[in-house]
Design a protein around this ligand. Structure first.
Ligand code: PEP
Length: 252
């Protein structure tokens, strides 16, 4: 079944507002009119206003890199879903492995954030993926399947229209190591089969499952050609407009 590709950049902790504006201005003409996929840039909180303003009237959508699960309150340093939507943010990454690794994010808090974001009308890019030892032990399928189930607990089939899953093998993020297209396809397929068990085949067939992990201008076409790979979540290569554009081109 035809699914629309989603190419999303994850800028991580890079780019000041001025640098963000410069990168977006460079990117805009390069991707203009390329409507064969959705194009998203997920930027640091402080760049959101700049990014929303700079992308108005373009085919580039803006996302955040995290969101808190409470509506408001004593959570110093955190940002709520309503704060994001009011700023014009459409997407949010939740459960990135760097959040899980460095900021004690658990499947439970990922699930809470996911539900809060969906309730506020955000589209969620939910990250799952195994670490190197888990792949070497042969338990990748079990790990991604368990994360998918726990992270989406109590998320309705209707809400799944607003969930994108990013399969990101942790060993491939920022390392230059990439899953082979076959590995990416196989594990995205495991995630899709898990969704089929949870929600039925129609929801599974309609769900967008991205690959992320050192996707770049050279390997994107091969990865995106795989049946179960519906786009990419791109870190390093999203910081270079020409490289990100090549990936967008591969998804046309
Ligand atoms: C990411 O941050 O989600 C990512 C995939 O990073 P990179 O492309 O740099 O591996």
């Amino acid at each position: 079944m035809a699914r629309r590709y989603v190419i999303a950049g994850n800028w991580k902790m890079n780019k000041t507002p001025a640098e963000a504006k410069a990168l977006i201005e460079e990117l805009k003409p390069m991707v203009a009119g390329k409507n064969g996929c959705d194009i998203v840039i997920c930027v640091p909180y402080v760049d959101i206003c700049t990014a929303v303003e700079a992308t108005k009237g373009t085919n580039i959508k803006v996302g955040a890199e995290n969101v808190h699960f409470a509506e408001s309150g004593a959570y110093t340093g955190e940002i709520s879903a309503k704060m994001l939507t009011e700023c014009g943010v459409e997407y949010v990454i939740i459960g990135h492995s760097e959040r899980r690794q460095y900021f004690a994010e658990t499947d439970e808090t990922v699930n809470l954030r996911t539900k809060a974001a969906l309730a506020a009308g955000l589209k969620v890019i939910l990250c799952v993926g195994e670490v190197k030892e888990q792949r070497l032990s042969g338990i990748t399928d079990e790990v991604v399947s368990m994360q998918t189930k726990l992270d989406l607990a109590d998320v309705s089939a209707e809400d799944m229209k607003n969930v994108i899953i990013a399969y990101e093998p942790v060993w491939a993020i920022g390392t230059g190591l990439t899953a082979t297209p076959e590995q990416a396809d196989e594990t995205c397929g495991v995630i899709r089969a898990t969704l089929a068990k949870m929600y039925g085949q129609d929801v599974a067939d309609a769900s967008i499952i991205q690959y992320g992990g050192s996707m770049n201008a050279k390997n994107a076409a091969e990865l995106l050609a795989k049946e179960n790979v519906d786009g990419g979540l791109i870190g390093g290569a999203s910081l270079k407009a020409p490289d990100f554009t090549v990936i967008v081109d591969a998804a046309q």
